[in-house]
Write a protein that binds this ligand. Structure first.
Ligand code: NAI
Length: 333
């Protein structure tokens, strides 16, 4: 009898919290469906959609969806970007070019590094305390780029910077469910490391199906799942719809945690102590989220011999990718 009323009260209390979410690159393949999903989220009260072209059009369209949040689009006018960012709690960056067949994520570096650096500069100035969620690839390098930009301005808070690796766990749980004939919602697969090729390390030994860690084909599919989409789209880009879902999930997890929900855990690429002794300053592992962003970085846990090999292969590439991002900002501040 009382439970529904209590639940209702808790729900309305949490939805009264104001949350401004900004999407930079909102008119792109990821940006549009991501913005739509954010409009559907009752925890979002204000949505700011910025792009170098098309932000206001996407905003006008999405603003007709009959949920309560307000939506505004911004162009790169002298104050457009700063206005989109001002007062933001969560900033998502899917701005940048996607892969074409045959490209690795690192091949995007030359174009995307400066796009992300410039957007990070604007965010560091207009909303230095917001959670910054980086989707633009190569995530292994663009996240360190943002850290350097924030450090140079004295506003770096490692608890507020996240590389979005959610799509890797989304894919892993779906691929496993296809093999095992289960519901993907029951398949929680931990994926650690980075977000490209061999730096993506699924830990099936920690799942309900430890046998799968010996399934090289499945491991490879999780590491290179993005390539399937790039190939199928045949030059028209990379994952956008599944990525939008994964980005919206990550944003929702942060909002839930910031509104007081306990035990919200997402895998994400953060400034991490786990392998700093090996010179790896950023690493994706399961992270408990809280009102201050990163609440607790959970350890990788036990891995089997197959996974130990994958981890060793990950470290080399990941370290280079991180160093490349740091060096880029040093040379091009
Ligand atoms: P897209 O080309 O469809 O959209 C990119 C958007 O960014 C465009 O609307 C463009 O106008 C905008 N843009 C470019 N420069 C900008 C700037 N300086 N400021 C604001 N907006 C700017 O590309 P798509 O498919 O949306 O991919 C975006 C990025 O996300 C790519 O780097 C891609 O590799 C990455 N990605 C990341 C994934 C992940 O798991 N983290 C998964 C899939 C893609």
């Amino acid at each position: 009898m009382f439970a529904p009323r209590i639940q209702r009260r808790m729900f309305s209390a949490s939805t009264r919290n104001l949350s401004k979410v900004t999407v930079l690159g909102a008119a792109g393949g990821i940006g549009q469906p991501l913005s739509l999903l954010l409009k559907m989220n009752p925890r979002v009260t204000e949505l700011a959609l910025y792009d170098i072209r098309g932000g206001p059009g996407v905003a006008a369209d999405i603003s007709h969806v009959n949920t309560k949040s307000t939506v505004k689009g911004y162009n790169p006018t002298p104050t457009g970007l700063a206005q989109a960012l001002k007062g933001s709690d969560i900033i998502l960056i899917p701005a940048g070019v996607p892969r074409k067949p045959g490209m690795t994520r690192d091949d995007l570096f030359n174009t995307n590094a400066s796009i992300v650096r410039d957007l990070a500069k604007a965010a560091a100035e207009a909303a230095p305390e917001a959670n910054l969620l980086i989707i633009a690839n190569p995530v292994n390098s663009t996240v360190p780029i943002c850290a350097e930009v924030y450090k140079a301005r004295g506003v770096y808070n490692p608890k507020r910077l996240f590389g979005v690796t959610t799509l890797d766990v989304v894919r892993a749980s779906r691929f496993v469910s296809e093999i095992k004939g289960t519901d993907p919602k029951d398949e929680e697969i931990t994926v650690v490391g980075g977000h490209s090729g061999v730096t993506i390390v699924p830990l099936f030994s920690q799942s309900k199906h430890p046998d799968l860690s010996a399934n090289a084909e499945l491991v490879n599919r999780v590491q290179f799942g993005g390539d399937e989409v790039v190939k199928a789209k045949d030059g028209a880009g990379s994952a956008t719809l599944s990525m939008a879902m994964a980005g919206a999930r990550m944003a929702d997890s942060l909002l839930r945690a910031s509104q007081g929900e306990k035990g919200v855990v997402e895998p994400t690429f953060v400034d991490s102590p786990l392998y700093k002794d090996q010179g790896i300053d950023f690493f994706s592992s399961r992270v408990e989220l809280g009102p201050n962003g990163v609440e607790k970085i959970l350890p990788v846990g036990e891995v089997d011999a197959h996974e130990q090999k994958l981890l060793e292969a990950c470290f080399g590439d990941l370290k280079k990718n991180i160093e490349k991002g740091v060096a880029f900002v040093a040379a091009n501040p």
